[in-house]
Design a protein around this ligand. Structure first.
Ligand SMILES: NC(=O)C1=CN([C@@H]2O[C@H](COP(=O)(O)OP(=O)(O)OC[C@H]3O[C@@H](n4cnc5c(N)ncnc54)[C@H](OP(=O)(O)O)[C@@H]3O)[C@@H](O)[C@H]2O)C=CC1
Ligand SMILES: C[C@H]1O[C@H](OP(=O)(O)OP(=O)(O)OC[C@H]2O[C@@H](n3cnc4c(=O)[nH]c(N)nc43)[C@H](O)[C@@H]2O)[C@@H](O)[C@@H](O)C1=O
Length: 328
């Protein structure tokens, strides 16, 4: 009979299966590439990787054929339609439809093709706009969402619920991690569609290179955001694959929050821009604060390592080497 309690399972032995086939979906993105680095450093030798053009995860029959041919043992789902506040606000249909398609295809095909365990990644935007701070996992579905990203959030909430439903009905080990705002190598540095940290890094860099006097920053500067380096997130993902087989999603944060004004000052300092900041208050602030309560993950034994200052310096070095120098 189906387990209708959704109770926790015993974690398996992920770390001891170094030659198991692992499909990392979205392996060229910010998160997927960090997960690949972490798995390779940890000695995993059989990673299955497909670019978007090799396998479009929104195509149900292609995803089904891929899983039935490859039969991976584990799946980490880091492929999604992702963007900052402007992209989410401008392309709501893409954010809800593409994400629902990718996650539905991958989760269902993984289950039907005998995958042992799947990790789904959501985001801190799943929580209500005015959730208690720091936000515990139990705040899910307790209030209205932030309007600038509710379409993406609804897709991510559906992903969590799909993992839980397959766990209840099929006793299948699908777990969900909810990362806070991330940054690091292979981030998206698009001027409008990216997240705040890479957007500001690029804008300050270009302003410095062009001897500009000022840089425009969106909103009021007062919203608070919690940032986690993507190497810490990748470490947490591998940790969850090894140690966690619970029903509830797990928050993954750094516990450290800064205002957007403080972030802008920090990025300005790291980049070495000496002009002034101008605030464009016609742009949305989004949710006022979203600090996650990551005590559940801490109680399992995981803590982040990278400070925001070190992470920013490392990311700027990466940007100079991999984006700026490659353009020259
Ligand atoms: N970045 C952040 O701050 C946060 C991210 N997350 C979550 O982490 C996960 C990864 O995000 P992130 O790495 O930042 O995103 P990126 O945009 O950097 O990477 C997404 C990856 O998914 C791939 N992809 C997108 N659409 C398709 C498709 N139809 N078929 C196949 N591959 C596809 C992309 O390939 P291509 O580029 O070729 O299209 C890319 O490799 C997402 O689930 C996101 O919600 C959660 C919290 C914060
Ligand atoms: C990870 C998370 O990311 C998104 O939510 P967000 O945290 O609001 O994202 P953001 O990084 O784009 O903005 C953070 C703050 O920063 C301000 N801001 C200033 N200047 C720029 C700027 O130049 N670009 C951007 N993007 N923001 C700027 C901006 O106005 C806002 O107040 C969701 O899409 C959601 O889906 C999600 O999961």
């Amino acid at each position: 009979m189906a387990d209708t309690t959704g109770s926790d399972m015993k974690p398996g032995s992920f770390m001891s299966e170094k030659s198991a086939k692992i499909f990392v979906a979205g392996h060229r993105g910010l998160v997927g590439s960090a997960i690949v680095r972490k798995l390779q450093e940890s000695g995993f030798t059989n990673l299955i990787l497909r670019t978007h053009s090799e396998l479009d995860l929104t195509n149900q029959s292609d995803v089904e054929s891929f899983f039935s041919a490859e039969k991976p043992a584990y799946v980490i789902l880091a492929a999604a339609k992702v963007g900052g506040i402007h992209a989410n606000n401008t392309y709501p249909a893409d954010f809800i439809a593409v994400n629902l398609q990718i996650q539905t295809n991958v989760i269902h095909s993984a289950y039907t093709n005998g995958v042992k365990k799947l990790l789904f990644l959501g985001s801190s935007c799943i929580y209500p706009k005015f959730a208690p701070q720091p936000i515990p996992e139990s705040a899910l579905l307790t209030g209205p969402l932030e309007p600038t990203n509710e379409w993406y959030a609804i897709a991510k909430i559906a992903g969590i619920k799909m993992c839980q439903a397959y766990r209840i009905q099929h006793q299948w080990d699908a777990i969900s991690g909810m990362p806070t705002n991330l940054y690091g190598p292979n981030d998206n540095f698009h001027p409008e569609n990216s997240h705040v940290l890479p957007a500001l890094m690029r804008r300050f860099h270009e302003a410095k290179a062009n001897n500009a006097e000022e840089v425009v920053v969106w909103g009021s500067g007062s919203p608070l955001r919690e940032f986690l380096h993507v190497d810490d997130l990748a470490d947490a993902c591998v940790f969850l694959m090894e140690k966690y087989s619970g029903f509830e999603h797990v928050n993954v944060g750094s516990g450290v929050e800064v205002t957007i004004k403080e972030l802008a000052e920090l990025v300005k300092e790291v980049v070495g821009f000496e002009g002034k900041l101008v605030w464009d208050c016609t742009k949305p602030d989004g949710t006022p604060r979203k600090l996650m309560d990551s005590s559940k993950l801490a109680s399992l034994g995981w803590t982040p390592k990278v400070s925001i200052r070190d992470g920013l310096r490392q990311t700027y070095d990466w940007y100079l080497e991999n984006v700026v120098q490659k353009k020259q």
